[in-house]
Design a protein around this ligand. Structure first.
Ligand code: 5GP
Length: 188
């Protein structure tokens, strides 16, 4: 997606440890028009895939996920990174957070996901695929199907890309970074 690549080039900052900072439009301040265009791309790709629910993980996946859900006319559920006492039937899994470099427990209430669901997972970044693997396990516990994965920015040189492609799932990344080359971002 050309507009997204331009935003990454103009506003993104490469930090150490292969982390791209895009707080200017995705992870802190959010650009509504750009997010709407991301959602349009996800919608065009997945509109005929009988998606019943959009699922993401809090917090940075929520903006693109809710706009995509609006276009697909389905609910959006965000997986939580804490288990609130108000959650009556939690399903949980532990994943390793790439940016925090620690294990986090993610959870979803069974009330909002069932064997009738064909889920589209949307997230801001794909790095090693830990978040996706956690979602895969949670959806398995809920007997829900994953009908597709939509990622805003993938770093295809990390492990997650290959894992998802090999799983055969319908997958789209709106911007795909091949490598960080001495401060320059190279796209696929
Ligand atoms: P994964 O689970 O695929 O290893 O990492 C994906 C998650 O880690 C994303 O949900 C995102 O929050 C975070 N993440 C991974 N790589 C980056 C990055 O380069 N920049 C930012 N801002 N977040 C990242």
């Amino acid at each position: 997606m050309k507009l997204l690549e331009e935003a990454i080039m103009n506003k993104g900052k490469i930090l150490g440890g292969d982390v791209l900072k895009v707080d200017a439009f995705l992870n802190h301040q959010i650009d509504p028009k750009l997010t709407e265009q991301m959602a349009e791309e996800f919608y065009s790709h997945f509109k005929d895939k009988n998606i019943t629910k959009v699922v993401t993980i809090e917090s940075s996946g929520i903006a693109p996920a809710i706009m995509t859900a609006l276009k697909l006319d389905v609910p959006m559920v965000f997986i939580k990174k804490t288990t609130p006492s108000t959650m009556l039937h939690p399903l949980s899994e532990t994943i390793h957070s790439f940016t925090k470099n620690k294990d986090v427990t993610i959870c979803i209430d069974q009330e909002y996901i069932s064997e009738q669901d064909n889920v589209l997972f949307i997230d801001d970044f794909l790095a090693n695929g830990e978040a996706y693997r956690g979602v895969e396990l949670l959806m398995k516990k809920a007997n829900a199907k994953i009908g597709g994965v939509g990622i805003v920015i993938e770093k295809s040189f990390q492990k997650g890309h290959q894992y998802i492609v090999e799983s055969g799932i319908d997958f789209i990344a709106l911007a795909s970074i091949k490598k960080f080359n001495e401060g320059i971002i190279e796209f696929n």
